[in-house]
Design a protein around this ligand. Structure first.
Ligand code: GCW
Length: 682
C-alpha cells in the first residue's frame, strides 16, 4: 500500500513510454569517481533514483565519459574530468553549497555534468537532477545553477527525551533514546535523505523546553550516533541548552552567567561535547520565557546569557541561536510588545557567533499575524526566522493548510527598516545589514507516523519550508506544483486543481478560525478547537478575552497610540499604516484596532456582518475543497485517496465547529443577527 513513507522521494518508473525512452537515451553512463562519505551517499541516491525511475542499473566505473548520455558527477577535486572542464568561474559563484547541472560535450560525447565545489553541493545537485526526472522535465540543454541564500537551514524538533513531542501531531519522536547509540534505525537515514533533498543542513534534536540531561555523557553518545548518520547528508546536530544545567547536572549552586565557575562549567561541557560530536553546530536556547530559567533569574540580560554560551562554543566554531520568543505574565505590558522591549536595547551587545531567533509574528504562530517588529529593529545583530511547520494553531494534523503562502507572506513583508525593500527575507538572509551568519528554523512536524507528518498534505509544509530556506524568492505555487508531481503524479488533471486547493487552504483556515486580525482565541492548552470564551486560564495572557476584547461596543485590540502603542515598534511608514484604521489592511484590522460592531468595512458590510461572512466563507471553501478532491479519485492510489478524503470530511466538520463557536460567542456581545440565508449554527 501507499502509506506515504517515501515522502516526495518516490522513484517509481516513469509512466509515459516516450518520456521514459527519451530519458533512457539521455542517461547511459554514470561517471562518478569520488568516494567520500557524502559522495557515497549522493552516489547511492543517484543509483537508487535511476534504477527506480528509468529501470537502469548503472555502475560508476568509468573515470571519464566514453558514451553519449554520460552523467558526470563530482567536484573538481574528486573528478578529473570535471576539473578539466571550463567551469571555474561558474563554480566560484556557487559558494560552498551551491551546484550546477549543465549539458556539455566531453570529447564529442553529450554529457550532463553535476558539479559543485564541495561534496555536499554535489549531493544537492543529485537531488535536483532526480527531481527533474520525477517532475517530467526535459534533460537536454540544461543550464541550472543554484546556491542557498541562507547559510543555516534548520529544523527544530520539540522532542522530549521520553519521546513525546511538544506540539507534535505525527506520533512519537523519531529519536529512540533507549536503543541509541547501539541501534541505528533505518529511519534516521531516510530522515536525513529527505532533509538533504531540500538542502536542510542542521537539526536541533531536542525541545526548547529543555531537559538538562541531554548534556550528560549518557545522552551525548546517543546524539553523537545520530550525528554520525546525518553527517553523510551534510546535516549538523544542534542541542537545546537548559540555562540551569550547571545546577541540575553540574552540581553548582548557581547558573549566573557572570559567575566564573558557571562559565568554566559551560566551557568544559562544550569541550566534552565536541569530543563526541566534532562538528557540533551549537546551542539553541529558550530562556526567561514561559517559566524557563534564564539570565534574568540572576539580574542579567539575554546578551549576558547568550554571550556566555557563545564564548564556550566559539573555539570550536559553534554558534548560539538565542530565541526572542519571550513573554512573562508578570510584565504588565501588551504581550505583543515584550520581545522588542527586551531585545532591541541589546542590539550590538551580542557576540559574533550569536544569532537571535525570532518567531514570524509578535505573539506566537497564529494563523495570521503581522510580521514581528523585531525584524529590522536590531541591525547590528543577525536575526533568524523561526517558522512553525507543525500546525499547533492551524488545525494540527487533521486540517489541510499549505503553509507556502503563509511563509511567503511573512518573508515578503516590507519592514521599511532601511527604507522601501527592507523585506523580512533580506533581514533574515543577512543581505540588508551585511551579516556574516544567516539562518532560518522551522519547528518540525515529523514523528513516527508511517507518513512522517500525520497527514500527507503536511509533508508539503516540511517540503516548502526547506525549499524557501534555500531560496526565499521561489513562489509558493511553484513549490506546491513540484511537491505534487513528486508526491503523487505529474498528470495535469490532478496537479492543477490540487495546486489551487493548496494555494487557497491557509486563507480558508484563517477565515474559519481567526479572520480580520483576530488571534489567540483557540481552546486552552490543546490549542485545538474554538475557545474565544477562555477567560480563566492559569495566566491572564493565556486568556482569549485578553486578545479579542469583545464587548458591547465592539471587538479588537487597540494597539495604536491610543491603546498599547505597539504600532510604535514598527518603522515608518508601517507604523502609520497600522496606526490609522483606514490604512490598516483588513487582514490585520482587529490586531491593531478596537472597532464598533457597526464599523463600515470596505465591502460596505458592517464589521459584524463581515466577520460572520468570513467565518461562513471559510467553511464553504472547505466544502469546495472536499468536492474537488472527491472528483480526483482516478488519479490517486486508493490508500492515500481514502486517507485524505477522511481528513477533509473531518476538516469540514471542524471548520463548522470553529465557525459556530466563534460566531455564537461574539453574538452575545454584538447582539446582531446572523444575516438571512445563512445556515443556522449547530
Ligand atoms: O506556541 C507556544 C507553544 C509551546 C512552545 C512555545 C515556544 C516549546 O504552545 O508549546 O514551547 O510556544 O515556542 O517556546
Amino acid at each position: 500500500g501507499e502509506s506515504g513513507y517515501r515522502l516526495w522521494l518516490r522513484y517509481d518508473k516513469v509512466k509515459d513510454p516516450a518520456l521514459l525512452e527519451n530519458y533512457q537515451r539521455m542517461v547511459t553512463q554514470l561517471v562518478f569517481p569520488g568516494k567520500s562519505a557524502v559522495l557515497n551517499a549522493a552516489k547511492q541516491e543517484l543509483k537508487l533514483g535511476l534504477k527506480g525511475l528509468l529501470g537502469q542499473d548503472l555502475n560508476a566505473a568509468a573515470v571519464s565519459p566514453t558514451l553519449s548520455g554520460a552523467l558526470l558527477v563530482g567536484t573538481p577535486a574528486s573528478a578529473k574530468a570535471i576539473a578539466a572542464l571550463p567551469l571555474a568561474s561558474k563554480l566560484k559563484a556557487l559558494g560552498k553549497e551551491g551546484f550546477l547541472i549543465q549539458s556539455v560535450q566531453v570529447k564529442g560525447k553529450a554529457t550532463t555534468v553535476i558539479a559543485a565545489n564541495s561534496d555536499v553541493g554535489v549531493l544537492y545537485g543529485v537531488f535536483k537532477y532526480l527531481q527533474l526526472l520525477q517532475t517530467g522535465k526535459p534533460l537536454s540543454n540544461l543550464n541550472i545553477s543554484s546556491a542557498p541564500k541562507i547559510q543555516l537551514r534548520m529544523l527544530n524538533h520539540w522532542d522530549n527525551l521520553d519521546r513525546s513531542v511538544e506540539r507534535g501531531y505525527a506520533g512519537l519522536s523519531l529519536w529512540d533514546w533507549k536503543t541509541l547509540p547501539d541501534v541505528s534505525n533505518p529511519r534516521y537515514r531516510d530522515y536525513a535523505r529527505a532533509n538533504a533533498s531540500l538542502g536542510i543542513n542542521g537539526t536541533a534534536l531536542t525541545n526548547v523546553n529543555a531537559n538538562a540531561k541531554i548534556l550528560t555523557k549518557e545522552y551525548l553518545v546517543k546524539a553523537a550516533a545520530l550525528a554520525d548518520v546525518f553527517r553523510s547528508y551534510g546535516i549538523k546536530v544542534y542541542l537545546t541548552a537548559r540555562f540551569s544545567a550547571p545546577i541540575e547536572v553540574g552540581g553548582l549552586k548557581t547558573a549566573d552567567p557572570l559567575d566564573p565557575a558557571v562559565r568554566q562549567w559551560w566551557k568544559d561541557k562544550t569541550t566534552e561535547l565536541y569530543k563526541y560530536i566534532p562538528d557540533f553546530g551549537g546551542f539553541l536556547v529558550k530562556a526567561n520565557s514561559e517559566g524557563q530559567p534564564g539570565p534574568q533569574n540572576y539580574g542579567r540580560n539575554h546578551a549576558d546569557g547568550a554571550n556566555m554560551l557563545a564564548d564556550a562554543v566559539a573555539p570550536h566554531g559553534g554558534i548560539v541561536m538565542w530565541r526572542a520568543f519571550v513573554y512573562d505574565n508578570k510584565v504588565p505590558e501588551d504581550r505583543a510588545k515584550q520581545a522588542y522591549s527586551e531585545f532591541k536595547p541589546l542590539d550590538g551587545t551580542f557576540r559574533k557567533n550569536v544569532i537571535v531567533q525570532v518567531k514570524n509574528g509578535p505573539i506566537d504562530f497564529q494563523p495570521r499575524e503581522p510580521f514581528s517588529p523585531l525584524f529590522g529593529a536590531m541591525p547590528k545583530t543577525p536575526q533568524m526566522m523561526e517558522f512553525q511547520i507543525t500546525m499547533e494553531y492551524l488545525g494540527q494534523s487533521t486540517h489541510l493548510s499549505y503553509l507556502g503562502t503563509y511563509f511567503k507572506e511573512v518573508l515578503d513583508a516590507d519592514t521599511y527598516s532601511k527604507g522601501k525593500g527592507s523585506t523580512v527575507a533580506r533581514i533574515v538572509d543577512g543581505s540588508l545589514d551585511k551579516h556574516s551568519i544567516s539562518a532560518m528554523a522551522g519547528v518540525a512536524n515529523i514523528g513516527l507516523d508511517s507518513n512522517w507528518c500525520g497527514n500527507i498534505f503536511n509533508q508539503a509544509n516540511w517540503y516548502v519550508y526547506g525549499r524557501l530556506a534555500w531560496d526565499h524568492d521561489l513562489q509558493a505555487e511553484t513549490i506546491a506544483d513540484e511537491w505534487l508531481k513528486m508526491t503523487f503524479t505529474s498528470d495535469s488533471g490532478f496537479v492543477a486543481p490540487v495546486t489551487q486547493m493548496m494555494m487557497a487552504s491557509r486563507e480558508n483556515v484563517v477565515n474559519y478560525m481567526t479572520p480580520l486580525g483576530l488571534h489567540h482565541i483557540m481552546s486552552e492548552g490543546t490549542h485545538y478547537g474554538p475557545g474565544p470564551w477562555v477567560n480563566s486560564a492559569e495566566r491572564p495572557d493565556w486568556n482569549s478575552t485578553y486578545y479579542h476584547r469583545a464587548d458591547s461596543a465592539g471587538i479588537g485590540f487597540d494597539r495604536t497610540s491610543k491603546g498599547t502603542n505597539a504600532v510604535a515598534q514598527y518603522a515608518a511608514p508601517v507604523r502609520e499604516m497600522f496606526e490609522q484604521v483606514e490604512k490598516t489592511p483588513e487582514a490585520y484590522l482587529l490586531w491593531f484596532h478596537h472597532l464598533p460592531w457597526t464599523y463600515k468595512m470596505k465591502s460596505g458590510n458592517t464589521l459584524w456582518n463581515e466577520l460572520v461572512d468570513r467565518y461562513y466563507f471559510g467553511v464553504s471553501a472547505v466544502q469546495l475543497t472536499r468536492h474537488t478532491w472527491a472528483g480526483l479519485e482516478p488519479h490517486v492510489d486508493a490508500q492515500r485517496f481514502k486517507a485524505i478524503t477522511a481528513l477533509l470530511e473531518r476538516q469540514e466538520q471542524e471548520a463548522k465547529w470553529y465557525r459556530d463557536g466563534c460566531v455564537l460567542y461574539f453574538q452575545t456581545f454584538s447582539k446582531m443577527p446572523i444575516p438571512a440565508g445563512y445556515e443556522k449554527p449547530a
